[in-house]
Design a binder for this molecule. Structure first.
Ligand SMILES: *[C@@H]1O[C@H](CO)[C@@H](O)[C@H](O)[C@H]1NC(C)=O
Ligand SMILES: *[C@@H]1O[C@H](CO)[C@@H](O)[C@H](O)[C@H]1NC(C)=O
Ligand SMILES: *[C@@H]1O[C@H](CO)[C@@H](O)[C@H](O)[C@H]1NC(C)=O
Ligand SMILES: *[C@@H]1O[C@H](CO)[C@@H](O)[C@H](O)[C@H]1NC(C)=O
Ligand SMILES: *[C@@H]1O[C@H](CO)[C@@H](O)[C@H](O)[C@H]1NC(C)=O
Ligand SMILES: *[C@@H]1O[C@H](CO)[C@@H](O)[C@H](O)[C@H]1NC(C)=O
Ligand SMILES: *[C@@H]1O[C@H](CO)[C@@H](O)[C@H](O)[C@H]1NC(C)=O
Ligand SMILES: *[C@@H]1O[C@H](CO)[C@@H](O)[C@H](O)[C@H]1NC(C)=O
Length: 427
């Protein structure tokens, strides 16, 4: 991936810019033409992003090249989304009041109460009308019919934690509206849930595995983080249920972040829980992710299965991160952070670099759905006090207390819809 912004346009006087512009245009048209003939993306010889976009805006006396632009009826100079060419994290949230989510928490029956913000009393709605616009490319809107066509005869499985469930429910809700009642079904389990789109013979599934690797606290949740022990080298038993799937989407992050250090155990719990070692969290995370990577590399046939990894979803629990000194967590926030490249303490860069390093060394190509930066801006879009505790929505009184705000999970509809918009564009 070429990070955008690294290609600065050379500052050269006429006539070179015109020549470059013309070449760029010709290359661009050639590439568009080639893409239509459906060459695989990876075989695109031309990295057309290397044509500096500023040239397309440079004032030119060359009537011909200007006409080409005019005739192509481009409203802007961004390229169609291509994960290899476009750094999707580089962009901005644009408010558009006529933007409507494809579903609501009443029209989609599959949303956990935890994410059903409107049902739970959220009455400000600006957070529903922000659109992510990458700087260098256009992100196609989520098209449910296209999504289902891509999934025809396939199994899509999301594996991970509650944020992955957030993304899974978003995906199901985005597509379910175009499927007639009788042609869809949902079976929810404690660990494994399956949504079926019968017409398309497709399933969209979720598998609970918050560390991906095994631990003493995922299926039977242990509240006290100090008692949590992670078997950083053990994945095979539960991963048996992740085989035979066409598209796998993994995540794991937030469960590792309960402290600076974490208890890691090698081998089986059969010998008891003794013998664990306390490791710095990024070190334990690296061991865990390597176990996952080895499983993928030794089990997954990349010709049959595509593998994705969703990066960490930022928590917004320190309002000082975005300069709101009097605020508490994300409580009462109704607007995204404007500051470009805003990055808060809820997204750990060491953990991110572990993901980047592990994925880079894998045999099976892993497509990273990099949602961290875009979500960092969205302090306004968490479940906040419109969540639930113990199966009950918060009372008016509880809602007035900012301490009760859930600034980890996201309202649905909301930000995870954009994650899936990116995911679908990569699919
Ligand atoms: C652009 O379109 C106009 C008519 O709309 C046509 O006269 C002109 O030749 C076209 N220019 C190029 C470069 O295709
Ligand atoms: C706002 O969203 C609507 C509906 O998706 C779209 O038609 C329109 O072009 C958008 N406006 C802007 C300025 O992006
Ligand atoms: C929205 O909810 C808040 C409290 O959650 C309340 O103070 C306010 O009056 C409500 N606004 C409307 C328009 O209902
Ligand atoms: C439905 O999809 C499954 C894979 O998910 C495949 O094994 C099966 O043959 C498909 N059935 C039909 C009728 O297409
Ligand atoms: C995992 O797969 C096994 C069979 O391979 C099955 O018996 C078990 O119920 C599955 N577990 C879940 C949680 O789906
Ligand atoms: C995948 O396909 C390629 C080319 O079609 C082939 O060379 C390779 O052996 C296949 N890999 C596996 C694991 O089947
Ligand atoms: C939160 O916002 C509501 C409505 O804008 C306001 O009435 C309330 O005072 C705010 N609460 C805090 C603690 O800022
Ligand atoms: C995701 O994007 C951020 C920048 O927004 C970058 O720092 C990070 O390395 C990327 N993560 C991965 C795993 O590629």
């Amino acid at each position: 991936m070429i990070p955008s912004g690294t290609m600065k346009p050379p500052r050269v006087k006429l006539p070179l810019p015109i020549i470059i512009t013309t070449i760029c245009v010709l290359l661009f048209i050639a590439v568009l033409y080639a893409e239509r003939l459906s060459f695989p993306h990876s075989s695109s010889i031309f990295k057309f992003k290397t044509c500096p976009r500023k040239h397309t805006k440079s004032k030119s006396n060359d009537k011909k090249s200007e006409e080409v632009f005019a005739n192509a009826s481009w409203t802007d100079d961004r390229f169609d989304f291509d994960p290899e060419e476009c750094n999707v994290a580089n962009g901005k949230w644009v408010f558009n009041s006529s933007l409507k989510p494809l579903y609501s928490d009443t029209s989609c029956p599959y949303i956990d109460r935890q994410f059903s913000c409107v049902k739970n009393g959220r009455n400000d709605s600006d957070y529903l009308h922000w659109e992510w616009q990458p700087e260098d490319c256009t992100l196609p809107p989520f098209n449910p019919e296209l999504a289902l066509k891509k999934l025809q005869g396939k199994r899509l499985l999301f594996v991970g934690d509650s944020l992955q469930r957030n993304q899974w429910e978003s995906f199901v809700c985005l597509v379910q509206g175009v499927i007639p009642e009788k042609k869809k079904s949902m079976k929810r389990g404690r660990v494994h849930s399956v949504f079926k789109a019968k017409e398309y013979n497709a399933t969209i599934e979720f598998y609970w595995a918050p560390f991906l690797v095994e631990s003493n606290t995922d299926i039977h949740i242990i509240g006290d983080p100090k008692k949590r022990i992670i078997k950083v080298d053990e994945i095979t038993e539960r991963a048996k249920n992740w085989t035979g799937v066409d598209i796998l989407v993994f995540n794991t992050y937030v469960w590792w972040m309960s402290g600076l250090r974490i208890k890691a155990l090698w081998g089986s719990f059969a010998n008891g829980e003794e013998g664990y070692e306390e490791l710095d969290t990024p070190v334990a995370y690296k061991f865990g992710l390597r176990t996952w990577a080895n499983w993928v590399d030794s089990t997954i046939n990349p010709n049959k299965t595509r593998v994705f990894f969703t990066t960490m979803s930022p928590a917004h629990t320190k309002s000082a991160d975005w300069g709101n000194k009097d605020g508490i967590k994300c409580f009462n926030e109704t607007k995204p952070v404007k500051k470009k490249n805003h990055w808060g303490s809820g997204s750990n860069k060491d953990m991110m670099s572990v993901v980047a390093k592990v994925v880079k060394r894998m045999k099976v190509p892993v497509n990273v759905i990099n949602i961290t930066q875009i979500s960092e801006y969205r302090i306004d879009a968490h479940s906040s006090v419109y969540s639930e505790t113990g199966g009950k929505i918060l009372t008016e009184e509880e809602r007035a207390n900012p301490r009760n705000a859930d600034c980890i999970h996201w309202c649905l509809p909301g930000v995870p819809d954009t994650w899936n918009q990116i995911f679908l564009a990569m699919l």
